[in-house]
Design a protein around this ligand. Structure first.
Ligand code: PYC
Length: 309
């Protein structure tokens, strides 16, 4: 038997975007609201984050999810999402992956499930075939048509919206939303994010470009740049929510009307919304598949046991 610290994980992907769920061996973050426990994670146990999703075990694309006791007593599970550079308030593809992984582990059966997250309570339904539908946190647009200037390109009109994470949503960008154009799309979005930060919105750490759908029935295709420089292979649950908030605010998407969001790799989420005061509640449906179960070993003699930090 190995005496290394051991971390049990279940890996999945949702529309191509990976999620690594830690079901055993994660750090003890104490009790209290999940937003407080993220602070403990960040300040006292950040090396667990890099051990789990960082290289050499993980990659920039990996999103981690730590299973914890919920604070909200109506929830069965608490989940804290993290990535290669930090912590996520919410994660749509991750929610779908976590639920399918929990079912794989025998911890839940198809039907209703409630997750406590730092961004709020997520109510979801697991159906056969790894299909998950969840109500995201209330979403809204904060800025409409914020102009940012990119030298060599000109003014770009940005909507800033919350969908569980902060997004810069761009419809007019003249960028080619194709898988063989990732480097150019990434470079463009990095410049946009910096320009948005320079206008005073440094909390906006995701950039989402939208264009016409290419798959039959798709309302739109997107490219989403995540905070750590990777792009979302899935259509991005929180990004789709931010987009819906903008569409709803412009009167371009009626309550209950389906929006089919295609990702840059061609995977699809189905979305709709209802109103909640001056915000919307997006409902997102997607499918996840379990790709592996593993025990991560942290050999203290390994200089990169806690990841390349
Ligand atoms: O699906 O919400 C999402 C997400 C955020 C970052 C990567 N995926």
């Amino acid at each position: 038997m190995s005496s290394f610290p051991q971390i049990k994980v279940i890996d999945s992907h949702t529309g191509g975007e990976p999620t690594r769920l830690v079901i055993e061996g994660g750090p003890d973050l104490g009790g209290g609201p999940l937003a407080d426990r993220v602070k403990v994670f960040r300040e006292q146990h950040d090396k667990f984050r890099t051990a789990i999703v960082g290289e050499p075990r993980g990659s920039d694309v990996s999103v981690g999810a730590l299973l914890v006791e919920p604070h909200d007593k109506s929830c069965q599970f608490g989940i804290i999402f993290f990535n290669n550079v930090g912590y996520l308030g919410m994660c749509g593809h991750g929610t779908i992956g976590v639920i399918v992984s929990l079912a794989h582990a025998g911890l839940l059966t198809p039907g209703l499930v409630k997750l406590d997250t730092p961004a709020g309570v997520i109510v979801a339904v697991l159906a056969a075939g790894g299909v998950v539908t969840f109500d995201n946190v209330p979403s809204y647009r904060r800025e409409k048509a914020l102009p940012v200037y990119l030298p060599g390109i000109g003014d770009v009109s940005c909507d800033l919206a919350w969908g569980g994470n902060w997004f810069c949503v761009i419809d007019e960008h003249s960028q080619r939303l194709e898988l063989n154009n990732i480097a150019q799309l990434t470079a463009y979005c990095v410049r946009v994010r910096q320009a948005v930060a320079d206008t005073g919105f440094s909390e906006v750490d995701h950039v989402a470009l939208f264009g016409p759908g290419t798959k039959a029935g798709a309302s739109s295709r997107n490219f989403v740049l995540c905070p750590g420089g990777a792009y979302d292979r899935s259509p991005c649950g929180t990004g789709t929510s931010a987009k819906l908030a903008c569409l709803a605010a412009d009167g371009k998407l009626a309550v209950g009307t389906e929006w089919v969001q295609e990702s840059i790799v061609g995977s699809v989420f189905r979305a709709k919304h209802r109103r909640q005061g001056d915000k919307i509640v997006p409902t997102i449906t997607g499918t996840a598949y379990v790709t592996g179960e593993a025990t991560l070993l942290l050999d203290q003699a390994d200089p990169f046991a806690w990841g390349i930090r």
